[in-house]
Ligand binder design. Sequence first.
Ligand SMILES: NC(=O)c1ccc[n+]([C@@H]2O[C@H](COP(=O)([O-])OP(=O)(O)OC[C@H]3O[C@@H](n4cnc5c(N)ncnc54)[C@H](OP(=O)(O)O)[C@@H]3O)[C@@H](O)[C@H]2O)c1
Length: 376
Amino acid sequence: MSEHKKIFLTGATGFLGSHLAWRLLLEGHHISVLARGSKTLSARDRVVQTLRDVGATNFRNLDVFEGDISLPNLGLSEAVIQNIIASTDEVWHCAASLSFQQEDRGAIFRMNVGGTQHVLALTERTRRRRLQHVSTAYIAGNRSDVVLESEIDVGQSFKNAYEESKCQAELLIADAHRRGTVSGSVYRPSIVIGDSKSGRVTHFHGVYAFIRALWASLERLRRRMPEGGLITLPLRVLGVETQTLNFVPIDYVVDAMIEISRRVESVGGTYHLANPVPTENQLWLPHMCRVLGVQGIQLVGENSFLKTPMTKLEALFQKQMAFYYQYLQGEPRFDCRRTLEALKNTSIECPRVTVEFIHKMAGWYVDFLKARTSES
Ligand SMILES: NC(=O)c1ccc[n+]([C@@H]2O[C@H](COP(=O)([O-])OP(=O)(O)OC[C@H]3O[C@@H](n4cnc5c(N)ncnc54)[C@H](OP(=O)(O)O)[C@@H]3O)[C@@H](O)[C@H]2O)c1
């Protein structure tokens, strides 16, 4: 039986944060959550709604504070901060901006770097000064070699402000840990996808945005097709067939984080929550297309467009998907030795992304999109 802790958590309305919060509640911990309200819902209602969607039913051990990580003191009054400090054993920082828009650069840094500074300032005032920080494997930026869990900034360049800001945030944590002002652990998931057993997903980032864009561009063509027919769409996508994307299911990420965070030796450690076997583009893309009922999409190099200029559709798709195309050019290999060592004597193992797995993952989302289209 693990010790019941009082946990202060950011990002509970998001993908990782909601799944983590649910698990922490299930384990009997008390969770205080920092969240933003919306125009129509209070912060508490937003959190409860998101946690219900994930599967939670019991909110007795949940407190919600309306705030904003980008503001000093997280936008909370000193009295509330005092209250949180006095009743927090551990801080879990999941909130971040996942915007990939270059024009959001200022806001991305305010959330991801400024937000981490504010969370650090709070953690330093808590009794145990324990911080579990969620980063990303893609702080590796444009590196193409093997990335060690012990490395942060090796002079790499970045694809976008998100990667760069998350790398700066990690440097802040490492510095605070070195100075002894917090006891930090850092988790670096790769691309988080739905549940490994059901394929179910609750938030639609990354590869799901790619599937959604493809689905939307097929909509018009699909209406002209007989039910269940395969659409032929000659579309060249700039990407390298033998390069990989690194997918990890949400249940693995949550299981691994919870397990590692309990271990005393994880203090000061950084953990790649990445798939030891990443998936080649030439495997996941064709199978995802099969689930979408489309054929004719192929990965090509720049040369192809020099020989035959882009069609209007290809140019449009490239413009809309510019962000995702960068990741189809290649990624580093994430060395997971420390994570695997920590999970060695447990049953927690990252599943291989097999063909069956891709069908389950993409199939769940396509069924979801179909149901939503038929409702509207
Ligand atoms: N999803 C992935 O594939 C993936 C992969 C690697 C690493 N990560 C990391 O995992 C963490 C969680 O990502 P996610 O996928 O769960 O993202 P998400 O679904 O977009 O959730 C982001 C969360 O941060 C909150 N947030 C953003 N700005 C805030 C602010 N100013 N004040 C308070 N809360 C704020 C959001 O609240 P609102 O609902 O109010 O916007 C939301 O709860 C991030 O640190 C991310 O870098 C994610």
